[in-house]
Write a protein that binds this ligand. Structure first.
Ligand code: GLN
Length: 523
């Protein structure tokens, strides 16, 4: 390996193996990441909070524990990043919101705990759209995250900070959360693997609620094997989460070599409508053909109801958000803007603490739940959700797996979503159905467009059938390659210079830096 850049080329599991055999030290791996952070973080803005000294202390301790045989497993000693809506004891957790800018949780989310029990350690908290509401990571109080493949573009969202951190080498793997696509879509836009697990598989304890009936945490990684290892580490039954499910062990690693022979794969025609970028369609269809060549039975069919998914999702998500976000009143956590009395304090705190999109959704959600409108909006959306779920149940009687694009386009230019929220919501059309139905879904790389930007392939399976997804994902990855192959012969530190992309020029970098510092300065 050629020095530290060599280390950053490794996947999490490869690094774990080298650490185990003493070929790379835990502190050495961490220092490689820190050096990378020093080079790129100022322009990429993957993190809201970094605790490098804390990470160094954890690395030292872990190295000792490894030598004494007190920790083991594929992820032991691997530096991770965690989305900033997952609680970390003693480490600030902001949700990308001014209203929680000073919130330091007194406890760890169960996923964080599980990750640490597996011997991994966390060096920082990654940027997100405020409370997970968005799909570009531009709606954070701390400013936007940039895509390491092209810094003029969004890294996707809302887990854009986690995806950009993995893709740039600012960590080896990360956790995101997915309510309507926030793991899969940024993974797609950054050339990574992202999994939204079956609802209830990963504990929501300590995941700050946006839309509780759909929120799930999951891995964002460089390849399918890493995704399996992280998923096996974080999944657990948790009595602290009332929607947590008892499941058999997932056995994902063994799925990686099973192949796709005999699997029935359905291609929903509705996932290939006119808004789909032609290069995305082309790449997804190529993957479909390859899986067929590998022995899968592939068939197109009409899923139906897809056009109801976005309005159904946004009605329910806003309704739940309006209720979940009631707790931010300036009394218990975070920001307090003192007013002239109790109600004025609530008003001032919420007016100053929440961003524009969050306010919009609270208003829409409160409206949808209000007397006289409840039946017309919320109840109707719940009925539509049931129909969508029933339709998936029916479809999975015939197919083992559904295959389609993860997003209609590759990563958009920063700032291009602009002021039209409906336009932004429509970009979630391929991801929200899985959340409405509670089924597992993965995005993984399947090509690059003419500008060199990564394209994401989405695989969905019935509830509890993650193994089937991993069988197909590993088969495809073996043919196509993963993140490393996607970059061609380039090293991870050369991302952003692919296909003649320049690093963006002086003024914008400067502006963005000022905005970032302003965000951080408020902390
Ligand atoms: N883009 C969707 C939304 O804004 C999904 C976000 C998410 O999964 N957290 O609600």
């Amino acid at each position: 390996m050629d020095g530290e850049m060599g280390i950053l080329e490794l996947t999490a599991v490869e690094l774990g193996k080298k650490i185990k055999f003493g070929e790379v030290g835990v502190e050495e791996a961490l220092e490689a990441v820190i050096e990378r952070i020093q080079e790129r973080e100022e322009s990429l803005h993957c993190y809201v909070t970094l605790d490098l000294e804390g990470a160094r202390a954890k690395a030292r301790l872990l190295q000792k524990k490894l030598l004494n045989g007190e920790v083991s497993g594929p992820l032991a000693g691997v530096p991770f990043a965690v989305k900033d809506n997952l609680c970390t004891k003693g480490m600030r957790t902001t949700c990308g919101s001014k209203i929680l800018k000073n919130f330091v949780p007194p406890y760890d989310a169960t996923v964080v705990r599980n990750l640490e029990s597996a011997g991994a350690f966390i060096l920082g908290k990654t940027n997100l759209d405020e409370f997970g509401m968005g799909n570009t990571t531009e709606r954070s109080f701390a400013g936007a995250t940039r895509n390491p493949w092209d810094e003029e573009r969004s890294a996707g969202g809302s887990s854009g900070g986690s995806a950009a951190a993995v893709a740039s080498g600012e960590c080896f793997a990360a956790l995101g959360t997915d309510t309507g696509g926030s793991i899969r879509q940024p993974a797609a836009h950054c050339g990574l693997v992202g999994l939204k697990p079956t609802y209830g598989t990963v504990s929501r304890y300590g995941l700050i609620a946006y839309c509780s009936s759909m929120d799930q945490a999951g891995p964002i990684t460089k390849d399918v094997r890493d995704c399996a290892a992280v998923m096996e580490a974080i999944a657990s039954y948790d009595e602290k989460d009332a929607t947590s499910l008892r499941r058999e062990p997932l056995h994902l690693q063994s799925a990686l070599t099973e192949g796709v022979s005999g699997l029935k794969i359905g291609i929903p025609k509705d996932y290939f409508e006119e808004k789909l970028q032609p290069e995305v369609e082309h790449a997804v269809r190529a993957a479909m053909k390859e899986l067929e060549a590998q022995g899968a039975i592939v068939e197109e069919f009409e899923l139906g109801l897809v056009r109801y998914a976005v309005p159904t999702y946004y009605t329910i998500a806003c309704a739940e958000a309006s209720s979940n976000l009631e707790r931010y009143d300036g009394m218990k956590y975070g920001l307090r803007e003192a007013g002239t009395g109790l109600h004025d304090t609530y008003r001032q705190t919420r007016a100053k603490g929440f961003g524009e999109e969050v306010k919009r959704r609270i208003l829409l959600g409160t409206f949808a739940l209000s007397e006289g409108y409840y039946e017309q909006y919320y109840l109707k959306a719940m009925k539509a959700r049931r129909l969508i779920k029933n339709r998936f149940d029916e479809v999975f009687q015939t197919y083992d797996l559904l295959l389609g694009p993860a997003a209609p386009t590759t990563a958009p230019q920063l700032g291009s979503v602009g002021d039209d929220p409906v336009q932004a919501y429509l970009a979630d059309v391929y991801t929200v159905p899985a959340n409405l139905a509670g089924i597992p879904a993965m995005s993984l790389p399947c090509g690059r467009d003419a500008q060199g930007m990564p394209i994401g392939l989405q695989l969905m399976a019935d509830r509890f059938q993650e193994r089937t997804i991993f069988r197909a994902a590993a088969t495809w990855e073996q043919v196509f390659g993963g993140f490393r192959q996607l970059r061609g012969s380039r090293r991870i530190d050369e991302l952003g210079q692919l296909g003649g992309f320049g690093q963006f020029g002086g003024t914008r970098q400067h502006e963005s830096k000022a905005r970032w510092e302003e965000g951080m300065g408020q902390a």
